[in-house]
Write a protein that binds this ligand. Structure first.
Ligand SMILES: [Zn+2]
Length: 439
């Protein structure tokens, strides 16, 4: 079912999260296999599969050794340390609980008395720790490019570049058998659209901070695109056939470019860093006070789920909406017909509804699981983009673009949707008559 693989750029990069990704065994093995390829061959592979726009350093990438990057500490160590800390917290909290339970009553009273005597010291330590965390958070606040929103960033660009490089090498390995050559007409189509977007937005200084490349993955069943923080754009061929025209493709790619220039990758990884620290505190509480190991394990699972629902999915949705809002302006400045944005997402929503009809006999899932999604629903995105179209049209005309065609594609889409619904209704009627005929 195509709708199971609908477009959601984050699913491959942001949701998987470079930091989490780095802890996977498979990732390390793919890095090792990539390292086994000689430098000359790696150079040829990348040259063959990627299209570059700038005469910058992208093709020199394989020559750079991971160990030559100047940095204070390796961010992967921080990721591994957090995972180790989680396990250590669980075992330590459990060991303290068991030690306390095995104490005779008299010894417990002594322990209580000792805790009561030193309660002010413990309280001071807790306040000091909380203030240190607050200072750490405050001192790492930065402004988002373009939208100027305050956000927490835990990594330096140099540290993040290292993670990005590992992610890129892994993706190249993962899709190595399905990457279309750089001179393939489909790759050239995507490259042309990306180039149009980049050229029209050169006034944004963050555009030049990226080394933009394009890769097309030949998989007609997947309608997806994603971007790595350094500007490596990956598009699945399923998405290309789903787009009615290059205007829709331009809007989707503008969304991906927005993720990169807004540095959403580093932001999401930093957010995960904070969520992990809070989760470690919660784990300590759960494994200290929950009665049995099974209940504590269930408690940990539920705590993680609640933290995801409360802190991670809304944050991811917020970044997606921001990328949509910036993206539509990038597309407008590039003279694309931005009215196609809501048409594309309405089409996605229509396809999702059809798939729900097939599965549940109704256009929506019987249980609303939107709160688990890392992306806003297709309907929501369509409405939000439609709301922004008038401003984007003004931005487009100020950029010296030719006037838009009189025929609004949204009207064309509505007529087409109506025809499709009529067709579905007609088929259903045919089905009913057919059954009656049999009777
Ligand atoms: Zn996205």
């Amino acid at each position: 079912m195509l709708t199971n693989r609908i477009l959601c750029c984050s699913r491959l990069f942001f949701q998987s999260n470079v930091l989490i990704f780095c802890t996977r065994q498979r990732s390390f093995s793919t890095i090792l296999s990539w390292n086994r390829i000689s430098k000359n061959n790696r150079f040829k592979i990348i040259q063959n599969r990627l299209i570059r726009y700038e005469n910058k350093s992208y093709l020199l990438l394989p020559k750079c050794s991971i160990h030559t990057t100047p940095r204070r500490y390796n961010p992967i160590i921080s990721v591994i340390a957090r995972q180790v800390l989680k396990v250590a917290t669980m075992f330590t909290a459990r060991a303290i609980r068991k030690w306390y339970q095995n104490l005779p009553k008299e010894r417990r009273k002594i322990v209580f008395a000792w805790l009561a005597k030193h309660k002010l010291k413990f309280l001071s330590l807790f306040i000091l720790l909380s203030l240190s965390l607050l200072y750490y958070y405050e001192s790492h606040l930065q402004e988002t490019p373009i939208t100027q929103r305050k956000r927490f960033i835990a990594f330096t660009p140099e540290q993040f570049r290292l993670l990005n490089r590992i992610e890129l090498e892994t993706k190249l390995n993962e899709f190595s058998n399905r990457l279309l050559p750089g001179d393939h007409s489909t790759t050239r189509r995507v490259a042309k659209v990306v180039k149009q977007l980049i050229e029209a937005n050169r006034d944004i200084k963050h555009i030049d901070e990226h080394d933009w490349t394009v890769s097309v993955i030949d998989d007609p069943k997947i309608m997806n695109a994603f971007v790595l923080p350094s500007g490596n754009i990956f598009v699945f061929s399923g998405l290309l056939s789903f787009c009615d025209n290059d205007h829709q493709l331009g809007i989707i790619l503008a969304h991906e470019i927005s993720h990169a220039i807004l540095a959403h990758g580093i932001e999401l990884a930093s957010h995960a860093h904070i969520v992990d620290l809070l989760f470690i505190g919660l784990l300590g509480f759960v494994w200290m006070f929950f009665p049995t190991d099974t209940i504590a394990a269930i408690g940990s699972f539920i705590s993680k789920l609640v933290m995801n629902i409360m802190m991670e999915t809304p944050y991811s949705k917020m970044l997606e909406t921001e990328a949509d809002e910036v993206g539509i302006n990038l597309a407008a400045k590039s003279c694309f017909d931005i009215r196609e944005a809501s048409v594309f997402w309405s089409k996605m929503a229509f396809m999702e509804q059809s798939s729900m009809m097939e599965m549940f006999g109704q256009p929506e899932s019987p249980v609303n699981l939107d709160f688990l999604n890392t992306h806003p629903s297709h309907k929501e995105r369509s409405k939000n983009l439609d709301r922004l179209v008038d401003d984007a049209i003004i931005c487009r005309s100020k950029s010296g673009c030719p006037p838009l065609p009189n025929m609004d594609p949204r009207i064309r889409a509505r007529i087409s949707d109506q025809q499709k619904m009529n067709e579905t209704f007609r088929k259903e009627l045919q089905g009913i008559f057919h059954i009656k005929d049999l009777e």
